[in-house]
Design a protein around this ligand. Structure first.
Ligand SMILES: Cc1ncc(COP(=O)(O)O)c(C=O)c1O
Length: 321
């Protein structure tokens, strides 16, 4: 994001994104005005929460359709922005969508934002940690550094104890410009006061935990964690591929699936999830585009071939019963 980039730790990705979007609105001179926000149809609900915090209606979130791989379609985005009549507070690209782990095409989206003079926030709560890995991992989130603001959640994939989330800004001074409200009972700070940067005043030294965690892992440890998760996801996808499943996964460490048969997958996903839980295998059950899915997140380095094989056996049996 450039030499001068910086930011703050906050308690989770949601608070980071809210902080970034409140900052974007202030920087664009849109406080108190009707303004809108653009993101993919698969964006996280923290954007809806951000609008509520800002006193904006739910309809201010303009959802842009995705391509077959679950990535925001930049062409559609550009067309929609062209027709927009309300002021736009930001465009959000997601680096790792919640249900399928898709990464929006950040480069083309950044070009559009640059051309139109719009603030780009990247919600990298899931995928931005790939930027800390080697080149092959960085390529998964290419051009993420073009963002004006970025949410990154090392608690999700790198095993840093919760809460560990950070919002980074190309121009971190924007945080104090947005949030500073001088305290009558405190001496003015020599530089920028941490309590002026963001929503939280008093807060724990989360950054120390993150720093120690990253030092402990080292570059090799980070690469191994990322590789291991990506490899396990690939192994699971390959093992499930012969089964009659719809599997709308992206290319990170998340695998999401449901029976390909017509009809509802509500009962199937509920029963199968119970059977998996009985074996100590925890999958979540998102509702996505009108259907229930099972979703495996392969981030845990202690998930081995044995668990993956048990998972595949249970899914296979559930489809033939
Ligand atoms: C894409 C995305 N953004 C933001 C968040 C919110 O993160 P948190 O739960 O730390 O607030 C999540 C959580 O799963 C997410 O998947």
């Amino acid at each position: 994001m450039g030499e001068g980039a910086g930011g703050i730790m906050a308690s989770g990705g949601t608070i980071c994104t809210i902080t970034a979007l409140v900052t974007a609105r202030h920087q664009r001179g849109l406080d108190g005005q009707q303004a809108c926000l653009y993101a993919s149809a698969d964006c996280h609900n923290s954007l809806a929460k951000a609008l509520r915090v800002m006193g904006l209606p739910a309809a201010a979130l303009r959802l842009v359709s995705t391509d077959d791989a679950g990535r925001l379609d930049p062409h559609r985005l550009d067309q929609s922005l062209e027709k927009e009549t309300d002021p736009i507070l930001a465009v959000v690209a997601t680096a790792g969508t919640t249900v399928r782990g898709a990464v929006d095409p950040i480069g083309p989206i950044a070009d559009i934002c640059h051309r139109r003079g719009l603030w780009l926030h990247v919600d990298g709560a899931i995928g931005a940690v790939c930027g800390l890995g080697g080149q092959r991992h960085q390529e998964l989130v290419a051009h993420m550094g073009c963002a004006d603001s970025l949410t990154i959640n090392p608690q999700k994939w790198l095993g840093i104890a919760k809460a560990s989330a950070m919002v980074l800004l190309r121009q971190p001074q924007a945080l104090a410009d947005t949030f500073a409200a001088p305290l009558a009972y405190m001496e003015p700070a020599r530089g920028v006061h941490g309590g002026d940067c963001g929503l939280q005043g008093t807060r724990p030294a989360e950054v120390l935990k993150l720093w120690l965690g990253l030092r402990h892992l080292g570059q090799q440890g980070i690469d191994e964690l990322l590789d291991g998760a990506l490899q396990r996801a690939q192994t699971l996808r390959q093992a499930l591929a012969p089964l009659p499943l719809a599997m709308p996964s992206g290319n990170l460490h998340i695998v999401c699936f449901r029976p390909r048969t017509a009809g509802s997958s509500e009962a199937w996903s509920r029963h199968t999830r119970e059977q998996l839980l009985d074996q100590g295998l925890m999958l979540s059950r998102p509702r996505y585009r009108g259907q229930h899915y099972l979703k495996a997140v392969l981030g845990n380095p202690f998930t081995g071939m044995q668990q993956i094989a048990a998972l595949v056996d249970t899914i296979s049996a559930s489809l033939s019963s």
